[in-house]
Design a binder for this molecule. Sequence first.
Ligand code: NDP
Length: 317
Amino acid sequence: MSQENEHVQCLIIGSGPAGYTAAIYAARADLKPVMYTGMVPGGQLTQTTDVENFPGYPDGIMGPEMMEDFRKQAERFGTQVRFGHVSKVDFSSTPHKVIIDEEKTVTADTVIIATGASAKWLGLESEQKYNGFGVSACAVCDGFFFKGQDVAIVGAGDTAAEEATYLAKLCKKVHMLVRRDEFRASKAMQNRVLNTPNIEIHYNTDTEEILGDGKNVTGVKVKNNLTNETKVLDITGFFVAIGHNPNTEIFKGILDMDETGYLITQADSTKTNIPGVFACGDAQDKLWRQAVTAAGTGCMAALEAERYLAAAEHGSH
Ligand code: NDP
């Protein structure tokens, strides 16, 4: 493809439920949207198995299959879906500039940010070393590989509780590592964990090191943070479920965000602090983080982009 600059009316960054829904609406409004998928086309849902709570699928659907459906629907109305990573943006003047893979520049009248979020890690060297060889941040993606084995999961929020009960169905035993003396998860989720006989909860427990034989995980060294007592749990799988970080690094210093990096949008709107730039999905929502809520804000972003362009045409900006 030529490296010449290209101009579009509506550029969508990210390809999860928010990005694709924005694309469907923008394409049907004839904004001729161009989408850059990011490094994980389809987003976080491509790393899950069954999705049972998205309306319209009475029997449930696999996450990757659902995202294929989203893509097809967006393309059906003319969205150009391109694999590429937005490496830099310049929103200091109009049209807005977006740099793809550090080489191609696209200018856009409107930009819809749907970059989503990624799993947080503990930050241990051993965690990195064994990532993919026993260490995982997605129980529903990788739990299957540990069928009948002993595993550990770190975290005490709703995600950790949900994933622990999921793992308990597959694995012989699940050690749950909780850093305080209580859960953050909702009472209902906690009760599910407490009522699952093969989950052992270790309160006031920190992860010191993930142990392995150089190839695969063989155990985890944990420390009781009240007594400083350490012990090794024999496990073959280690799951991290301690929350997510929004993928908003490239917008730092450009767009308003909260202290944890979530983009701030105006009330009842997807408008950011820059006119013509809209944010939707998990990049701006740390509360709900559901496929259906992300899709809802994606729809809002496209409708707001359409209104912005119509107003610009009538000279009201
Ligand atoms: P949360 O931020 O709610 O929880 C993160 C958990 O990880 C906390 O228990 C926290 O401990 C723990 N943690 C963080 N850092 C570390 C660390 N370095 N070492 C050990 N533990 C650590 O994230 P979730 O992903 O669980 O949930 C995010 C949001 O999504 C929440 O609002 C949740 O309610 C929602 N959600 C809802 C679901 C549902 O309703 N079915 C399912 C999944 C998520 P501490 O408590 O000590 O801070």
